[in-house]
Design a protein around this ligand. Structure first.
Ligand code: NAD
Ligand code: MG
Length: 358
């Protein structure tokens, strides 16, 4: 089992990454010695692994379980309220611990419940998706508001993260691809050697073995942890994690959430940002190589024709990371060397049109 230490301004914590390593969760919990434990999971993860986790924890702790509906819609005020009501009804107190057992949806919701229940109780992340290498580290927890995704939330660090790679074997192909996009993002912004390993070794996303998955999770977490530990509250350097996301978010939102996965949208966004880096900064980046590789892996490589450039630019301008009339883009000076550039909406419109025109 591998460990990554995460530095924070409050308590540091450890991410344990391994195969069949859920016993580590028990070890962590024993150190905290909680009055009781609430496992929050979703319908899919519950069906596959819910009983075995609850049985394991039940050997040592009074363990309750709350199952939310799978999918982004569960990051709502309604579900948040239901979980809080369940916690109150089951006598969770300030010494209780919440275990977030699932992907980013469960992690974000359960983390926000933990951040606010009785002004904050301990929680542990037990991620079950590849994308969660991104969401389980960094301490951002949130639910959605009808006015926008992740608008209501907090910065609240977990007591630890237990990442069992073996659980990823049941992940549907599109979810694996979505998580892989963020792995590639982390490589592009921070680790050239890792990027080359990925491009050379990963020719398909079916039949990835546990060693390959473990490497992706570990490297991805190390890079993310490195960035967030220098900028916990997202005031500066952390913006580089937004690479591919300015256009990616716009595509995801404009096509209607759920139609195109986050990772697929970000993949298109990363291709555009790489192309723009080459055109605008004369950066030495392998745009064509990336494009061919993405296409081989099953990612879309163009903006869907049904989406208008005008609508996308409007969305990009509304991004909570952009200001006034300007659109901020993270670009690459080289692989693993980012910079931030600002464009007007007129400039962005013609650049996207040019890219789409081929
Ligand atoms: P998810 O939690 O919805 O999981 C994806 C799907 O896979 C769900 O249907 C889930 O039930 C299923 N699933 C999960 N684990 C499984 C397993 N082992 N086997 C089979 N099926 C499994 O989505 P996600 O992609 O993990 O996370 C997306 C969410 O993460 C978004 O809400 C996003 O906003 C959030 N996010 C947060 C951060 C952060 O810093 N907090 C960062 C990135 C993303
Ligand atoms: Mg993302």
């Amino acid at each position: 089992m591998e460990q990554v230490f995460i530095k924070t301004s409050t308590d540091p914590y450890t991410v344990f990454v391994g195969k069949n390593n859920l016993h580590q969760l028990q070890v962590l919990l024993k150190e905290i010695s909680p009055s009781n434990v609430l496992v929050i999971t979703d319908t899919n993860v519950n069906e596959l692994y819910g009983d075995s986790l609850v049985n394991l924890l039940g050997e040592s702790f009074v363990t309750h379980k709350y199952v939310i509906q799978s999918g982004e819609a569960a990051k709502s005020f309604e579900t948040f309220y239901e979980v809080q009501t369940f916690a109150l009804g089951h006598q969770l107190d300030r010494k209780s611990v919440i275990v977030a057992f699932g992907g980013g949806v469960v992690g974000d919701l359960a983390g926000f419940v933990a951040a606010t229940y009785m002004r904050g109780i301990d929680y542990i992340q037990v991620p079950t998706t590849l994308l969660a290498h991104d969401s389980a580290v960094g301490g951002k927890v949130a639910i959605n508001h009808p006015e926008g995704k992740n608008m209501i939330g907090a910065f609240f660090q977990p007591k630890g993260v237990v990442y069992d790679i073996s659980l990823l074997s049941t992940l549907p192909a599109n979810e694996l691809r979505s998580g892989f996009a963020e792995v590639v993002k982390h490589a592009l912004i921070k680790d050239e050697e890792f990027l080359h390993i990925l491009i050379n070794e990963i020719q398909a996303l079916e039949n990835l073995n546990e060693d390959q998955l473990q490497l992706m999770v570990l490297k991805g977490i190390r890079i993310k942890a490195d960035v967030v530990s220098t900028d916990e509250k997202e005031l500066g350097i952390r913006a580089i994690l937004n690479f591919g996301h300015t256009l990616g978010h716009a595509i995801e939102a404009e096509s209607g959430y759920g139609k195109l996965s986050h990772g697929d949208s970000v993949a298109i966004g990363m291709l555009f940002a790489t192309w723009l880096s080459q055109k605008h900064l004369k950066a030495n980046v392998p745009y064509e190589v990336l494009q061919q590789w993405f296409s081989k892996l099953g990612f879309p490589t163009d903006i869907p024709p049904t989406l208008s450039t005008d609508a996308l630019v409007k969305r990009m301008q509304k991004d909570k990371k952009s200001h006034a009339n300007q659109i901020q883009m993270i670009l690459l000076k080289n692989i693993a060397n980012t910079t931030s550039e600002v464009f007007t909406k007129e400039q962005m419109y013609s650049l996207i049109e040019k890219w789409r025109g081929g």
